[in-house]
Design a protein around this ligand. Structure first.
Ligand SMILES: Cc1cc2nc3c(=O)[nH]c(=O)nc-3n(C[C@H](O)[C@H](O)[C@H](O)COP(=O)(O)OP(=O)(O)OC[C@H]3O[C@@H](n4cnc5c(N)ncnc54)[C@H](O)[C@@H]3O)c2cc1C
Ligand SMILES: Cc1cc2nc3c(=O)[nH]c(=O)nc-3n(C[C@H](O)[C@H](O)[C@H](O)COP(=O)(O)O)c2cc1C
Length: 606
């Protein structure tokens, strides 16, 4: 006699489904012990529980997590529907019994571009009641920003206001989001599994799971996501690329230092598409490490654990593991307290945050320690306050079709003098000044940007607005358009300070303009005349043409400065559509929203 099997405790079924399946198994095996089951005894298929997964993601991290969540959900007996948030409709919301939203935050606490439309819909007075829905929100953010996980917080509050039941507390992930996100998602399953389909009932036309062929077999055990293969390079396991070219793009007389870098990806197995970004994990400046050690009064030889517990000398950890530029607030407070710096202590009053921010502007750790003489820290105490050094993202400026095995970047070297000391951006100055060609390993990974892609229809026109380093992805786009033989017109708007020395990639762009790859090239050099001229002014000047291109189905792309340029371009776009297209401001806003939904207005701004 075969023993009668039961479903494992962790099998992904509701109590009703479990009872039903256990009953079915008992029946099946008692039959099996007596006689082979008749084909007609096969059970009716189990209904998979629908799960709406919406993601808002600018550079792909939340999107990647959402895809993993959807895969795991399927393995646990859910029927997931994965959508970017702008594609989630009111109808989706009012019919969803369970909904998980994953979103990053951009700008100053804003949703990413592919969630902006969703937020307008959700925050509107006309948003539907969602009393039937159970939801959970996971936020990706960066604690260095004032409004940490701001977009996720807004979604989390608003869904509850609309009557939806929160089935898990808001998940808030800092830049190193993997471990927090994983723990949050694991804790979510039992909560989602306990949510019934109050509204749907048995008559709901839900997707049906195929009938199990071997009920007690491994199909009933949810499979954990496959671990990444060792050979797979990623953010957690970056590829040590080598720098092949480091060329200054600005000419003599420029106030800027923008570099063209070429890195070799040979044998890495890494691939990318035009529009993607490259993550680069830098090393801190050794001179700054020595300055910091001297200020702390330590030799640097003390051995301490890094963030994963591996021991290493303090000097090495300060160079590679921790942020030693921007001072962490808790360390500022502790240093001020130990040094009894009354002026700084007064600024630490929460009511004086703007004054503290002003005091901290341009000050690094060394500046803070020097302002707090007598504040002594042991190596372990000091590093206990430091945050993990993070990779920087750079928009890739090459098409893999034009440069197989290579990746090109266009990087502005950050350099400035503040509080009497010359300072540099960690990653940009490392790449520009200290990475030896062909020698120094440069740890890199590809950050896929599904939200920044050329149209698949090669006959579509494209408009690219990319001043300064914003040119980067458009060099890649133009190389890609040439390599694919795209027939659509290409319009580039580029700008910088002075034409004589800041016309980045002048030879290439001029040649493309002459040979017809570039249908239009409009330039805006702000400092070549008394009145400043920016790319948005060129858009205004050519309003009729812009409107005509949009009506021809053009895709519009913006890359570069998020704080001013992208906002001004967006405002100008609305204005041009209103004036040249003869629309009211509301109609122009609806036109822009429709462009975004159709993925015809995409941005890569930072
Ligand atoms: C999706 C994406 C794509 C990007 N693409 C590109 C690209 O193609 N090219 C590119 O160059 N960058 C790009 N960036 C920006 C890039 O990731 C880095 O942020 C940039 O290179 C600065 O990093 P860093 O390590 O050199 O400087 P950090 O060490 O991070 O220092 C920058 C900080 O220094 C401080 N600072 C700067 N200037 C001054 C000053 N004058 N006075 C006082 N303080 C100051 C500010 O606090 C500033 O935030 C992109 C970013 C994103 C998110
Ligand atoms: C220009 C810029 C602005 C950002 N603004 C915020 C912010 O206001 N609050 C926050 O918590 N995170 C902010 N972030 C961090 C992102 O949310 C974080 O990097 C996130 O992991 C990106 O996820 P995504 O790739 O899915 O878009 C910002 C990042 C950049 C580059």
């Amino acid at each position: 006699m075969q023993p009668v099997p039961c479903l494992p405790e962790n099998a992904p079924f509701t109590p009703e489904q479990r009872a039903w399946m256990n009953g079915f198994l008992a029946g099946l095996f008692s039959n099996a012990n007596a006689a082979p089951p008749a084909p007609a005894a096969l059970p009716p298929a189990l209904p998979a529980r629908p799960l709406l997964i919406g993601y808002g993601s600018q550079t792909g991290s939340a999107h990647g997590l959402a895809k993993r969540l959807a895969k795991a959900a399927e393995q646990r007996g859910f029927a997931p529907t994965l959508k970017e948030l702008n594609a989630v409709t009111s109808a989706d919301l009012v019919t969803a019994a369970r909904c998980v939203l994953l979103t990053s935050t951009w700008g100053d606490g804003d949703p990413p571009d592919n969630a902006v439309g969703f937020w307008s819909q959700l925050s509107a007075a006309t948003a539907p009641r969602l009393d039937h829905m159970a939801f959970a929100v996971l936020g990706l953010g960066d604690k260095n920003y004032a409004d940490f996980c701001g977009a996720a917080k807004k979604f989390n509050e608003r869904l509850a206001q609309l009557g939806a039941r929160r089935c898990a507390p808001l998940g808030e992930c800092d830049v190193d989001y993997e471990a927090t996100a994983h723990a949050w998602l694991e804790a979510l399953w039992p909560r989602l599994e306990s949510v019934g389909d109050e509204r749907s009932g048995p008559a709901n036309p839900e997707p049906i799971l195929p009938a199990p062929t071997s009920p007690a077999g491994p199909e009933f055990t949810p499979q954990p996501p496959a671990p990444p293969s060792k050979a797979e390079y990623s953010r957690a396991n970056p590829f040590p690329a080598r720098l092949k070219t480091n060329r200054r793009l600005n000419r003599a007389g420029s106030q800027k230092d923008t570099r063209h870098f070429e890195l070799t990806l040979a044998d890495s197995g890494l691939s990318y598409e035009a529009g993607d970004a490259l993550g680069v994990l830098p090393t801190n400046c050794p001179a700054l490490v020595e300055e910091l050690l001297a200020t702390l009064g330590h030799s640097g030889d003390a051995v301490l654990p890094n963030s994963t517990g591996t021991p290493a000398p303090l000097r090495q950890l300060l160079a590679t593991a921790w942020v030693i530029t921007a001072p962490p607030p808790a360390l500022v407070k502790e240093a001020a307290t130990r040094a009894a710096n009354s002026e700084l202590l007064a600024l630490l009053d929460p009511a004086r945050k703007p004054d503290l921010d002003q005091w901290l502007y341009g000050r690094d750790l060394v500046d803070v320690l020097r302002a707090c003489p007598g504040a002594a820290f042991t190596p372990a105490e000091f590093t206990g306050y430091l945050r993990k050094l993070q990779p920087r993202l750079y928009s890739i400026s090459s098409s893999p079709k034009a440069h197989p095995g290579e990746v090109h970047l266009t990087v502005a070297a950050v350099r400035y003098t503040a509080h009497g000391r010359a300072k540099g951006g960690v990653c940009s100055s490392w790449l520009a000044d200290r990475v030896a060609l062909g020698e120094t390993p440069v740890p890199v990974f590809v950050q896929t940007a599904h939200g920044f892609r050329l149209p698949q229809d090669l006959s579509r026109p494209v408009i690219m607005i990319g001043p300064g380093t914003g040119i980067a992805p458009f060099r890649a786009f133009l190389e890609e358009r040439r390599a694919t033989g795209a027939t659509g017109s290409n319009w580039l708007l580029f700008g910088d300070q002075q034409r004589a020395c800041d016309f980045l990639y002048e030879e290439e762009l001029t040649a493309w303009s002459q040979d017809g790859l570039l249908t239009r090239l409009d330039l805006a050099f702000s400092r070549d005349q008394a009145a400043k001229i920016y790319v948005q002014n060129r858009l205004e000047e050519h309003a009729g043409e812009l409107w005509h291109w949009l009506e021809q189905g053009a895709h519009l792309y913006v890359c570069g400065d998020a704080k001013r340029m992208a906002k001004d371009v967006d405002a100008t776009l609305h204005q041009v559509i209103a004036t040249a297209g003869g629309k009211t401001p509301e109609q122009a806003a609806a036109y822009v929203a429709a462009l975004k939904t159709a993925k015809r207005y995409q941005r890569d701004v930072y």
